[in-house]
Design a protein around this ligand. Structure first.
Ligand code: AMP
Ligand code: FES
Ligand code: ZN
Length: 352
């Protein structure tokens, strides 16, 4: 029975959604008897069989099959409306072992897109080991059946140390060092291996929280690049897309649980920015009071950006400011790119 299976796995969901507001599903904890009673009496909006999940922002409830179609439809709509890629393109999805990116790999394969994956092992002890295990497991049990390939990049092999140690060597916060390395490797591997597009698992909650942060600080430069599809503006840059921007975090967690996708539950022990978590919490409170707030905020922003003339378009701006890094050739605004600078500083620190 699908709901019983879902209910059994609920502690899993409870763990990912650490904040109390995230636990709220349609005004009741998903694992609470109240929720079970309520959903127990609900039928699927599409096929009228018993529902397993309620989606207040769509004013709908779904059984497992109709929920899967809903998720696939949302991703397909995202891909088409933002002109992300087509059936002949080769896609590289960055897979962290978490629910979003594994769900994305699964969905793209099922939708018939040629999708390989890249896992970056950051060298964060047990956390990186178990994330890699989940990715390898999915790759062998599901993706291989579609002929898809998994690339693994190990930071320690190229950088001589994991990101924690590298961050200490260059006296920078771990998360920003990690961001520089991941962005660099995602782009490098996509370009070197001839992929047409690089996809990440950022979801509606991620994008709405990031938009809130950018608006609060009026970071125009970041706002210009907040869209879910960024062109390969110059040679050496891969096109970057976020096909999950129409789906909420809890919907992706439910997708994984319902489809038996085993993902790493714990968050990175380096703790991501407390700010982002705070923005997510605030948005979750608004969402509870008024379902649909997050999508109204982020999709509304996308609609406005589409109809408002941007002062300079991204392509033109990138072409006038970027040139190849003198050491590695990746596009940068400086003489050497931030990755090469980071590695040079880490090398100096080891030599000293
Ligand atoms: P995060 O910044 O951790 O929220 O991750 C956002 C997206 O970046 C994920 O959905 C993945 O697509 C990708 N990602 C994060 N960490 C890794 C990793 N270690 N290896 C590959 N992809 C990753
Ligand atoms: Fe980058 Fe944790 S995932 S610091
Ligand atoms: Zn470089």
């Amino acid at each position: 029975m699908p709901f019983a299976r879902l209910a059994l796995r609920m502690p899993l969901l409870a763990l990912i959604h650490r904040s109390a507001s995230c636990l709220i599903m349609c005004g009741a904890g998903l694992q609470s008897p109240g929720y079970a009673r309520m959903i127990g009496t609900m039928n699927c909006t599409r096929c009228k069989t018993k529902a397993v999940l309620k989606l207040p922002r769509h004013n709908a409830a779904f059984c497992k099959d109709c929920f899967n179609s809903f998720v696939h439809d949302q991703v397909y709509k995202a891909i088409r409306s933002q002109e992300m890629f087509g059936k002949n393109d080769r896609i590289l999805v960055a897979v962290s072992g978490g629910k979003d990116s594994l769900a994305l790999w699964d969905i793209l394969l099922k939708l018939g897109y040629k999708t390989d994956a890249l896992y970056v092992n950051l060298g964060i002890g047990g956390y990186s080991e178990s994330s890699q295990e989940k990715v390898v497991h999915f790759s062998k049990t599901v993706a291989a059946g579609y002929g898809a390939v998994l690339h693994i990049h190990t930071v320690e092999r190229e950088g001589g140390a994991g990101i924690r140690e590298l961050a200490m060597m260059v006296h920078r916060p771990t998360c920003s060092t990690c961001g520089t390395i991941k962005r660099y490797q995602f782009n490098r591997i996509a370009v070197e291996q001839g992929y047409d597009v690089m996809a990440t698992g950022h979801n509606l909650d991620d994008e709405a929280a990031r938009l809130l942060g950018n608006v609060l600080h009026w970071q125009n430069e970041y706002l210009e690049k907040q869209g879910p599809s960024l062109p390969a503006s110059v040679d050496g840059f891969a096109k970057k897309v976020k096909p999950l921007y129409r789906l909420a975090e809890r919907e992706l967690a439910a997708y994984c649980v319902l489809n038996g996708i085993d993902y790493v539950v714990e968050e990175c022990p380096m703790a991501q920015g407390a700010r982002t978590l705070l923005y997510k919490e605030v948005l979750n409170r608004l969402e509870t009071e008024s379902p649909g707030t997050k999508q109204m905020f982020y999709w509304g922003f996308l609609e406005k950006s589409r109809t408002t003339e941007m002062p300079t378009n991204i392509m033109e701006k990138d072409r006038s400011t970027l040139h190849p890094c003198s050491l590695c050739g990746q596009p940068t605004t400086a003489e050497t790119c931030s990755y090469c600078k980071l590695m040079a500083r880490a090398n100096t620190s080891t030599a000293g």
